[in-house]
Design a protein around this ligand. Structure first.
Ligand code: GCB
Length: 589
């Protein structure tokens, strides 16, 4: 197998460029061109496309042929790579050949950073696993399936929207399908480190806590954890299940902050395996209605993001395209980004660690999930678990969000409270929230009566005064009655504007209309008791099949502060000005 140097914390895999060597593992990238067959009638299972047959005689009846089929780039959604597939939803079969030389005593895993929505994976014709959920990483062991020489991998990616899916059938973003993120084949030792997490203990700047898990047949080993630049070394022993938890004192650490995003190289070495990652150390907690980063009060100057940017149609495909998204947030003086409404690429949290941005990460429990359906609940839990496991060492991530704008009812409470419990159980050090739904009453007072708030650390909500309610002129007459003793974040407000459409501020879809919404909203929101941050909707215009106005939208949600071609709208400057003032205020405190 071709060796690519690797520096990995298990389940974090970045582009070849940023990977550094450890002796124990090697990674073969399976990115590149993959053959594809569009299968609108779902023929491939019966016709056994996964056998990847070639035409080898004149008489053979073969009604598919990957080798003669066109190719798509992986990573990448199919919608933006083939005009015919812009609106396509359904199964698409992918195929790629790769060379391997499997070694005795090693284990091999094929890893996907995300496939939207369902993936059935075959290696050399054999099924190796299926995964459901479009935005989180997964892997299958393929040790016994690889052969020396040429191998074939076939993936059936199916983005059919279904009632029992998470998200369900109705959502306000493009249902980009396919193998949207990186694919790799990893060689590991027979006993390997399958999980490792370390961070400062909850509310304690002087101790680090975490755990490590070995998988394989030599489960009891000594592990050395090292943070060389901080002069720290600790030895621990795993138990008969391969697990060890630890807590140890730390000193001389420069704490991670958005202004100084200090990262340390952390290694965990067992006899048989070693991993390495760049990790920042910070605490996050609430105290009454205050939010404290490293014990100091913080205000979140945020913005929402979808995983789309003006440099490329569709999903970003490499780290630089993701960097652009975060750079634009930083330029606007943000210290916080809400990654809506699903887990974004692992590049984003890694970059946010490096660039100094705090993150809100969310699972696609959006609008009206099939709350009574046990398999939907299991799937939501699985997506949340995969996300936390992927990002539990990212200092940038301070909030796990268990969903967005879901109406209250008993089954929904049970479902979402279950997710909040799960997040807390898996990670006691971060805050838990959800973007809740409230309402304005006839006296223009906003109320939030959501029992889920009791399970959350931060009470967050979306409101659209000036867009879905009334017009910008009357926003100043709206008020908020949020009765909570917890910190509050306004996780969405805004309105559509077509970049370049200028007229008066009473005309919908004009930049002036949107600008006025922002000016007025910032006025009323600033009066909310316990307000600790805002994340207006949204940094960039994004594709949505629900936004069909032929003059202004044309399948784009136009609530971006920047257009899909990179043009900044007037409201952008309003928000930027507001953030500059807040930033100065917090610096001088
Ligand atoms: C919302 C949703 C968001 C939509 C936005 C809109 O409340 O959370 O996903 O895109 O409103 O534009 O209506």
């Amino acid at each position: 197998m071709r060796k690519i140097a690797c520096c990995i914390l298990v389940f974090f895999f970045f582009s070849k460029k940023v990977i550094a060597q450890t002796a124990e593992r090697s990674i073969l990238s399976l990115d590149g061109r993959w053959h594809y067959i569009v299968d609108p009638y779902n023929t491939g299972d019966r016709a056994r496309f996964y056998l990847d047959k070639q035409q080898n005689s004149k008489t053979q009846l073969l009604e598919y042929d990957f080798e003669k089929s066109p190719t798509l780039s992986v990573p990448g959604d199919w919608n933006s790579q083939d005009d015919k597939l812009l609106f396509y939803e359904g199964p698409v079969w992918y195929e790629k050949k790769f060379e391997a030389a499997p070694k005795e005593g090693k284990k091999y895993f094929v890893q996907f950073e995300a496939v939207n929505y369902k993936a059935d994976v075959y290696v050399n014709g054999a099924p190796v696993g299926s995964h459901t959920g479009g935005f989180t990483p997964f892997e299958f062991e393929v040790t016994g399936f690889l052969v020396n020489g040429s191998n074939s991998i076939v993936v059936k990616a199916d983005n059919t929207r279904k009632k029992e899916n998470v998200p369900t059938e109705d959502f306000d973003w493009w249902n980009y399908g396919g193998i949207t993120r990186n694919v790799m084949l990893e060689e590991r030792p027979a006993t390997f480190i399958s999980d490792f997490n370390i961070q400062l203990s909850k509310g304690d700047l002087n101790s680090a806590t975490g755990s490590i898990q070995l998988t394989g047949n030599r489960l009891q080993q000594e592990i050395t954890i090292q943070i060389l630049e901080a002069n720290l070394q600790v030895k621990i022993k795993t138990d008969s299940s391969g697990k060890a938890s630890f807590i140890f004192p730390v000193k001389n650490i420069t704490y991670w902050t958005p202004e100084n995003p200090q990262l340390y190289t952390v290694t965990a070495s067992a006899d048989s395996d070693a991993i390495r990652d760049r990790i920042g150390f910070r605490t996050i907690q609430t105290e009454g209605q205050n939010m404290l980063l490293n014990g100091k009060s913080i205000f979140l100057r945020g913005v929402c993001l979808h995983e789309e940017n003006p440099s490329i149609p569709g999903r970003p495909r490499n780290i630089d395209e993701y960097r652009l998204l975060l750079l634009k947030a930083k330029e606007m003086h943000c210290n916080f980004v809400r990654l809506a409404h699903y887990p974004h690429s692992a590049y984003v949290s890694k970059l946010a660690d490096e660039m100094g941005l705090l993150l809100w990460e969310e699972v696609p429990v959006y609008w009206s999930i099939n709350w009574e359906n046990q398999s939907a609940f299991e799937n939501a839990k699985q997506q949340l678990t995969e996300l936390i496991r992927r990002d539990h060492n990212r200092a940038s991530v301070i909030i796990w969000s268990v969903g967005n704008e879901t109406s209250t009812n008993d089954a929904r409470e049970k479902f979402m409270e279950g997710l909040a419990d799960l997040a807390r159980h898996r990670d006691s050090t971060r805050l838990i929230s959800a973007a809740l739904l409230g309402h304005f009453d006839s006296a223009k007072v906003f109320h939030l009566n959501d029992p889920l708030s009791n399970k959350l650390d931060v009470v967050s909500f979306n409101e659209y005064a000036g867009w879905y309610f009334s017009s910008p002129d009357s926003i100043s007459t709206y008020t908020f009655n949020i009765t909570t003793s917890k910190p509050v974040i306004v996780t969405e407000f805004g309105g559509d504007a077509l970049a370049g459409f200028h007229t008066d501020s009473a005309t919908r879809f004009s930049e002036e209309f949107q600008e006025k919404i922002y000016k007025e909203q910032l006025g009323i929101i600033s009066n909310i008791d316990g307000l600790r941050g805002i994340a207006p909707w949204i940094l960039f215009d994004f594709r949505s099949p629900k936004r069909i106005n032929p003059t202004y939208q044309q399948y784009w949600n136009r609530k971006g502060l920047i257009s899909e071609t990179g043009q900044k709208k007037k409201a952008y400057y309003v928000l930027k000005g507001f953030y500059e003032i807040i930033e100065k205020k917090y610096k001088s405190n």
